[in-house]
Design a protein. Structure first.
Length: 336
């Protein structure tokens, strides 16, 4: 696919040119840029860094929403109808998937091509499945950079979807403004099934499938979680009434507008009270540290250094050099 050749910054006169096309709303440029940031090749990494720096001046902000939920809870159905509703209101919506299962096994829970078919046909929607990175760190970096690309491209809402298994939620929470947890209606014992850590991250719990036979179970689940949320969390960045649980139906498109009103109300409150800027600044600092760590790890994979590491590993194992001195050698080579 020629469109997906990540080397395009060279072909089109550098990062500045690509940045200008992204800011102008060129979707192909955006798609290629996302492909570029997914690459781990050192030359692509340098191009990606130049691109991100060039886009910094775009000074655009989207509402970044993390959305988590176990498979089958209705994430793609919700994102599709919710996304279409937002597009109907004149907003532009990007959806990025984070699927740690694709990193581990090569198989993806979120990668199904038929997901969100109607939304994917919309001109004002941009959907990217999870990249097949080899480790979560790579997925994190790519996703964070892709979020920034979508933001610079003028999307109003960026939804970052993940599968509700723990590790990836923590990562997504570090790159979004709001965190939404999608649940299905269930009996009271289900409360235990959601990882406490994920519950603690949630700003809004949406109990989906509140329709037909499931409607009354959904109301009970909302009540259960409302109670649990009150006990679980009260942070200064939570206004009165948040975190909050409510019922929705992606299928019957019920409660979606109320959910959106809650999200914008919370985002607005956080903006007015300084939490928005403070959170984003903290997130940037966090990702800076991660980027340095990632970069160092990438340098360790350099073939010449890997050979030396192998030699030193043997020497350490044979007792010919101390662990500390061997590590010193490697760190010196890295210039650390
Ligand atoms: P995902 O794995 O979380 O992305 O879940 P899907 O969106 O693929 O939905 C899983 C199943 O739940 C599908 O059979 C959907 O039709 C169904 N589903 C999704 N949303 C609703 C809803 O609001 N009400 C009902 N009754 N079923 C739903």
């Amino acid at each position: 696919m020629a469109n997906d050749d990540p080397s395009m910054t060279r072909n089109s006169g550098g990062a500045q040119a690509l940045a200008a096309r992204i800011v102008a709303g060129d979707r192909r440029a955006l798609a290629r840029a996302v492909t570029l940031v997914e690459s781990t090749r050192p030359d692509h990494r340098s191009e990606a860094a130049a691109l991100m720096e060039a886009l910094r001046g775009a000074d655009r902000e989207a509402l970044r929403i993390g959305l988590s939920g176990t498979p089958g809870v209705g994430k793609s159905s919700f994102i599709e109808t919710f996304g279409l509703m937002l597009i109907g209101q004149g907003l532009r919506v990007a959806v990025l998937a984070v699927d740690p299962s694709s990193a581990r096994s090569g198989g993806s829970i979120l990668g199904d091509k038929t997901r969100m078919e109607r939304l994917s046909r919309e001109r004002n929607a941009f959907i990217r499945p999870s990249p097949s990175a080899t480790h979560l760190g790579g997925v994190a970096r790519r996703t964070r950079e892709a979020v920034a690309l979508c933001e610079a491209a003028g999307f109003d809402v960026v939804l970052i979807e993940t599968v509700g298994v723990g590790q990836s939620e923590t990562m997504v929470a570090q790159m979004c403004d709001l965190f939404v947890l999608l649940l299905a209606p269930a009996g009271g014992d289900e409360l235990q099934g959601v990882k406490r850590g994920i519950m603690e991250m949630a700003d809004l719990i949406l109990v989906n499938k509140a329709d037909g036979d499931l409607a009354s179970a959904a109301s009970r689940t909302v009540a259960d979680y409302s109670g649990a949320l009150r006990l679980l969390r009260k942070r200064p960045q939570d206004p009165e009434g948040f975190p909050k649980a409510m019922a929705v139906s992606a299928l019957e498109e019920k409660g979606l507008d109320t959910a959106w009103n809650e999200m914008t109300a919370l985002a607005g409150w956080r903006r007015d009270n300084g939490w928005w800027a403070r959170t984003r600044a903290g997130q940037a600092a966090h990702w800076f540290g991660e980027a340095v760590r990632e970069g160092l790890l990438a340098r360790l994979r350099d073939p010449a250094l890997a050979d030396e590491m192998a030699r030193l590993r043997e020497a350490v194992a044979a007792g010919e050099i101390s662990v500390e001195m061997a590590a010193e050698h490697v760190l010196k080579r890295l210039g650390v």
